[in-house]
Design a protein around this ligand. Structure first.
Ligand SMILES: [Zn+2]
Length: 216
């Protein structure tokens, strides 16, 4: 649930604090003040760990930026919400994908803001206030959401999304659409001069079949 904290209102964070108090009765009570301090942070980490989710190696990098930014204007002009696939087998690990960016491509920033694993968990890799490396030439104005998978056993493009991945894609898009009402939703391959098949499905028809306008 807290993967979406970036663009939550204070009252939404208060609801989460109340939920954390109920879910973690053995931890110190959180004051439902809508602000994430050390106790809320510890509770979020405990909640994640107890659910068996991948631990966040660098909490401040993944989640920290939103808190001071909450009441300030958003620092980037977001024009595009872009869906990607990782162009991997569906069971590739986040660690292997991150290693590829770091070691093989020499990237300092990750390729996407979120990477959705087969179980539907959206792993936050970069605060949306900062750019990630999804589409060359468009990163400063884009938010990138990717799912693990996108190719078949023979290396050919294939929509390998699980139902859980689809649900999470739609949830993120609906939340981001509220915050960025004018942003266009499109797939990586819909940008000019892109020769990739990413994300291995037609984004516009799929989001519109699910009640989300691609071009507001
Ligand atoms: Zn892509």
């Amino acid at each position: 649930m807290f993967l979406y904290l970036y663009h939550m209102t204070r009252s939404e964070i208060q609801q989460i604090q109340t939920a954390l108090n109920a879910a973690l009765p053995d931890l110190p009570r959180l004051a439902p003040d809508g602000l994430i301090g050390a106790k809320s942070k510890a509770a979020l980490m405990a909640w994640e760990t107890r659910r068996g989710l991948a631990p966040v190696a660098d909490f401040e990098r993944a989640y920290g930026v939103m808190f001071p930014a909450q009441e300030k204007p958003f620092p980037r002009n977001i024009k595009y919400l872009v869906l990607h696939c990782a162009a991997t087998q569906p069971d590739a690990t986040i660690e292997s994908i991150q290693r590829y960016w770091r070691v093989n491509l020499g990237w300092k920033a990750p390729g996407y803001h979120w990477l959705i694993s087969a179980d539907g968990v959206a792993h936050a890799l970069q605060p949306i206030e900062k750019s990630s490396n999804g589409v060359a030439g468009y990163n400063s104005t884009s938010i990138h959401i990717s799912y693990i998978g996108g190719i078949d056993r023979n290396g050919k493009p294939k929509d390998t999304r699980t139902e859980a991945q689809k649900v999470t894609q739609l949830r993120l898009l609906r939340e981001l659409r509220v915050k960025f009402p004018k942003a266009r939703i499109l797939g990586h391959r819909d940008f000019p001069s892109v020769s990739k098949a990413c994300p291995s499905f037609d984004v516009k028809s799929w989001v519109e079949a699910n009640g989300i306008k691609a071009n507001p």
